[in-house]
Design a protein around this ligand. Structure first.
Ligand code: ZN
Length: 256
């Protein structure tokens, strides 16, 4: 019991630290800024953050969400992404235990989290995140060679029909980044869970989009009508990865 608690705490601390790095990616990648060499600074006054300003979660809370120098507000995005990444990692550990899945899914969840925020803001999924998930898929195939066909079929199971849709609608039906995301996730999860992930993503996307459109109409703004699929597909991929097998078994149980 004690080792589990200790491991959970360490994993959470690693999680929020990587979450802090995700914030850097989220802010800088769309602006094509370097994510490694540029020192972290306050976007209002340029104050270069010291190590004690950069402790995930705690610094933001200790500073009351304001810059140490100029007292400008620091976006709540920073602690939220940090905490969320820590919570996602803990959730994965509780579901998958000490396993290769936990390692693969933690990296996957962080990539999904960052690409979701970037897609939500810019309608673009940076190619690097899809490439990273595909690399995880490759590791998955190599560590589960007897089932390699399920993963290779997974690569095409959702992405190929989507590509057809993309081709027919000349890119208006679906984004290229979404197709690559489903291909990469398919390679990591296998075809059954890839299809399930896509279905969950579509259901979440339509329900939440309809609600957001209603809210936007009430406010009289039109911007909300554009739909970024990345966050919904990501949620679908995460849910399918962790609970997909159980969902499929439960669903098939209706026909048994
Ligand atoms: Zn400042």
């Amino acid at each position: 019991m004690l080792p589990t608690i200790l491991f959970s705490i360490i994993l959470f601390l690693y999680g929020i630290t990587i979450g802090s790095f995700l914030n850097v990616c989220i802010c800088r990648l769309p602006k094509k800024e370097n994510i490694v060499t540029t020192r972290s600074h306050c976007t209002s006054c340029g104050y270069q953050l010291k190590w004690y300003d950069l402790i995930p979660l705690f610094s933001w809370v200790a500073l009351g969400g304001r810059c140490r120098k100029c007292k400008a507000r620091i976006s709540v995005q920073y602690p939220v992404i940090e905490a969320l990444n820590g919570i996602l990692w803990l959730t994965i550990f509780f579901v998958c235990g000490v396993s290769i899945e936990t390692a693969l899914y933690c990296i996957m969840a962080s990539a999904l989290l960052a690409l979701s925020v970037i897609d939500f803001r810019t309608y673009e999924i940076p190619f690097g995140f899809n490439l990273m998930i595909a690399a995880l898929g490759l590791i998955r195939v190599l560590t589960d060679l007897p089932n390699w066909t399920a993963y290779v079929i997974g690569f095409f199971a959702v992405s190929a029909p989507l590509y057809l849709l993309y081709f027919v609608t000349k890119g208006r039906g679906i984004g290229g980044g979404d197709i690559k995301l489903m291909a990469a996730a398919g390679l990591l999860l296998g075809w059954k869970l890839a299809i399930l992930a896509f279905l969950i993503g579509c259901v979440l996307g339509s329900v939440i989009h309809v609600i957001r459109m209603r809210v936007a109409d009430a406010k009289g703004s039109k911007a909300e009508h554009v739909l970024a699929m990345g966050p919904y597909l990501s949620a679908g991929i995460f849910i399918a990865a962790l609970w997909g097998d159980r969902i499929v078994t439960w669903y098939l149980g209706f026909y048994a």
